[in-house]
Design a protein around this ligand. Sequence first.
Ligand SMILES: NC(=O)c1ccc[n+]([C@@H]2O[C@H](COP(=O)([O-])OP(=O)(O)OC[C@H]3O[C@@H](n4cnc5c(N)ncnc54)[C@H](OP(=O)(O)O)[C@@H]3O)[C@@H](O)[C@H]2O)c1
Length: 269
Amino acid sequence: MGGILITGASRGLGAALATRYATPGQRLILTARSLKALSDISRVCRDQGAQISPLVLDLDDPDSVDAFHVARRRLDLGAGGLSLVIANAGVFAGRSSFAKLEGVDAQVHQINVNLTANIALLTPIAEEMRKAGRGHIAVVSSLAARQPQPDSPAYSASKAGLSAWAKAMADDLAEAGIHVTDIQPGHIDTAQTEGHQGLLPGLMSAEKAATIIHRGLAQKKRQIAFPLSIAWLIWLTNWLPDPLRRLALKPYRYQVRSPHADLKAESKD
Ligand SMILES: NC(=O)c1ccc[n+]([C@@H]2O[C@H](COP(=O)([O-])OP(=O)(O)OC[C@H]3O[C@@H](n4cnc5c(N)ncnc54)[C@H](OP(=O)(O)O)[C@@H]3O)[C@@H](O)[C@H]2O)c1
């Protein structure tokens, strides 16, 4: 039984995944931007019998990504090494008014964290797995990768890029015995959807999403897209001519009550 790394495990989907994988004896590396943020979930997982290594990882800081690689290589994960990585950490901004576009800082931040930093995180791990001839890498993308959201262009672009990266890596690494899974969830009831002002079709709990992902990863699926009904609807709408597709999207347009707190989310006039 090798170790499992889950990024963004302090809350939401990452915390639900950590609980799902926290079986007796299982080694889990859990990350967030601070150790304090990981204390509650680490306790829950330890109570379930898992061995927890909480590590700091700030995807917005290249030095932190480098320091994380040094720290995780020092961990004793037993003979199985690192068997599964779930790159779950991600950010979403949105805008508070249809009257303005999402600001440049907020858009670049989402690309940096969701796409660029995940490549910096996962490439050295993929190289180690390739040399070992085994391992499984999973990225948490979004259904927004299939149908870009007009109200979150950079988030959609970051997830479409992550899905494309995962597909390319899956094809490259298949012969080396490495599995790469692209996870594309729909709406999940977490901090990310808290400020959403609009419809949230197919909204599900983080626990249910974690169960679907756990099952799909056990089957080494190349792609896990859910809920299936929404994934199929998106597939169908993508066949529509643009004016009809825009009409179909209209009821699902949204604003966000408190866009990314650290950033100037809307564009200047
Ligand atoms: N919720 C949805 O509807 C939905 C739908 C599709 C896809 N997703 C994707 O699912 C994943 C999990 O999202 P969630 O809904 O669980 O959101 P969440 O509750 O906001 O959790 C995000 C996690 O990412 C971590 N994180 C944020 N910024 C980070 C950074 N700069 N460096 C490292 N870690 C960082 C957070 O940890 P700290 O803040 O403690 O550092 C937290 O653990 C994300 O990739 C998201 O895009 C979510």
